[in-house]
Design a protein around this ligand. Structure first.
Ligand SMILES: [Zn+2]
Length: 222
């Protein structure tokens, strides 16, 4: 599947940007039929209806948007595309990580979250996960250095993006290309909670092994 690029974006017509269901029901139905619940940015197929998100390619979220401008997103990619919401909910953090793509990071965080929920079954991966999380924490600190600003906070960064003049905003892709978004553990706990556990119960053994391999490889690559 060809994925769409993940750009740091905000919902132009929603200054507070807290909602996630602003499109008409008929458009959502058509989008579901077309995308089959697959995130167009990272490829994850979200089986849980309450965890599906829909993103406007025009940046405007209202019932006038047609299905060609609306695509399915997973809740992790949605954090990049709704930066104001992400900062208000403390749902994610920006990280400087040009060596990994946003889809790779989204998939890695899903794997980490699912493995953490396996508890003692995944005891052998505790140190790999700690290592990855420590490394990523350090890379979060590189964001203000990359942007050349002091006193960085996600909310001020999100506000600055939302206040960019149109011409600068349209060209943001290159300047932000090494930046990624990762979800906070709290946000996943709050929003996903136990919902992915059900998936895990039905996962074939090889898929669980695949999750573990993903984390082991990512940790080994550091
Ligand atoms: Zn995604």
């Amino acid at each position: 599947m060809k994925t769409l690029p993940v750009l740091l974006s905000y919902a132009k017509n929603l200054p507070v940007d807290m909602g996630h269901n602003e499109f008409s029901d008929s458009v959502i139905k058509l989008v579901d039929k077309r995308d089959l619940h697959q995130c167009k940015f990272c490829g994850w197929v979200e089986q849980m209806p309450s965890l599906r998100r829909y993103v406007s390619l025009t940046g405007v979220y209202d019932t006038s948007q047609q299905q060609k401008h609306v695509v399915t997103s997973c809740l992790i990619c949605d954090l990049s595309l709704r930066i104001t919401m992400t900062s208000k909910r403390e749902a994610g953090r920006v990280v400087y990580m040009p060596e990994w793509s946003q889809p790779q990071l989204a998939n890695l965080y899903r794997a980490i979250y699912l493995i953490k929920r396996m508890g003692s079954e995944a005891q052998d991966l505790v140190s790999a996960i700690e290592c990855l999380e420590d490394h990523i924490d350090e890379r979060v600190l590189e964001v203000p250095r990359y942007l050349g600003i002091t006193g960085y906070s996600l909310s001020s960064f999100a506000e600055a993006i939302a206040e960019m003049p149109d011409d600068v905003y349209l060209k943001r892709g290159q300047a932000f290309s090494p930046l990624r978004i990762i979800p906070t553990q709290n946000y996943l706990e709050q929003i996903v909670g136990e919902q992915w556990d059900e998936l895990l119960m039905h996962y074939p053994l090889e898929s669980i092994e695949h999750l573990k391999e993903q984390v082991k490889h990512a940790a080994a690559d550091l």
